[in-house]
Design a protein around this ligand. Structure first.
Ligand SMILES: CC(C)(COP(=O)(O)OP(=O)(O)OC[C@H]1O[C@@H](n2cnc3c(N)ncnc32)[C@H](O)[C@@H]1OP(=O)(O)O)[C@@H](O)C(=O)NCCC(=O)NCCS
Length: 183
C-alpha cells in the first residue's frame, strides 16, 4: 500500500463496507492509516507507528462497532485497493439520537486532490440523512487540509481548543477545530 502501483487514471469506486468484508480486509485499512500517519496526518496516532498497531486500531476499535451497526464505514477503491475511507458514528446517547459524528476521513497520500474526500463526505452525509440525523459533528487539527474541505461542504466552526493533540512527528501541541453541520 505504501508503494501503490495503480494506474493514475484508475476509476474510483465508492461504497459502504460491511463487517464481514472488513474483517477480511482489516490489514488494508491498517496500511491506509499507516501511510496517512507517516505522511503527518493528525488522526490520533504518533510516530513510531507500525502496521500491526494500525491494523489493531481497525480490528479492536472500529470493526466491533461496524458489526454492531453503530458505525457506517465507507471506502473509496481504485482497482480494488482501499485508497480512502470515512466513518459515521451514530451510536449516540438517547438525548442525541438526532446527531452523528464523522470520523477518520483518510485518503492515501498518492490519491489526494482528486475529489475523493469530498465524494466520501457527500456519501456519508447521505447515510446520515437516511438514519434521520439532523446534526453532524467532527473535529480536525486546526489549519489542516480537511478544514477548508469541511467549510466548503457547509460545516461551521463551533470553536478551537488549543493544545488539544500532539503533533504526529514532534512534541508540539496543536489546536483542534470543532465543527458542525445542520442537515
Ligand atoms: C484531508 C484529506 C482527507 C483530503 O483528501 P483529498 O481526497 O485530497 O481531498 P479532495 O481532493 O476531495 O479535496 C477537496 C477540497 O479539500 C481542500 N483541500 C484538500 N487538500 C488540501 C490541501 N492540501 N490544502 C488545502 N486545501 C485542501 C480543497 O478545498 C479541496 O478542493 P479543491 O481540490 O477543489 O481545491 C487528505 O488530505 C487526508 O487524508 N489527510 C490526512 C487525514 C486527515 O487529516 N483527515 C481529516 C481529519 S479526521
Amino acid at each position: 500500500m505504501n508503494n501503490m502501483r495503480i494506474a493514475s487514471k484508475a476509476e474510483i469506486v465508492y461504497r459502504q463496507m460491511l463487517s464481514n468484508e472488513m474483517m477480511q480486509r482489516v490489514e488494508a485499512f491498517g496500511a491506509l492509516l499507516l501511510a496517512c500517519v507517516a505522511d503527518g496526518a493528525s488522526v490520533g496516532f504518533i510516530e513510531p507507528f507500525t502496521l500491526n498497531e494500525a491494523t489493531a486500531y481497525w480490528r479492536r476499535k472500529v470493526l466491533p462497532s461496524v458489526m454492531e451497526r453503530e458505525v457506517v464505514i465507507l471506502v473509496a477503491e481504485a482497482e480494488g485497493c482501499i485508497v480512502g475511507t470515512v466513518q459515521l458514528d451514530h451510536d449516540t446517547m438517547p438525548n442525541q439520537r438526532h446527531r452523528a459524528e464523522v470520523r477518520k476521513l483518510l485518503v492515501h497520500p498518492q490519491f489526494r486532490r482528486r475529489g475523493i474526500a469530498r465524494a466520501l463526505m457527500v456519501a456519508i452525509e447521505g447515510h446520515a440523512r437516511v438514519l434521520e440525523r439532523s446534526l453532524l459533528t467532527l473535529d480536525t487539527r486546526t489549519g489542516d487540509a480537511a478544514e477548508p474541505l469541511y467549510r466548503d461542504l457547509g460545516f461551521e466552526t463551533a470553536g478551537i481548543i488549543p493544545d488539544y493533540c500532539r503533533d504526529t512527528h514532534s512534541p508540539r501541541l496543536d489546536a483542534t477545530t470543532l465543527m458542525y453541520k445542520r442537515l
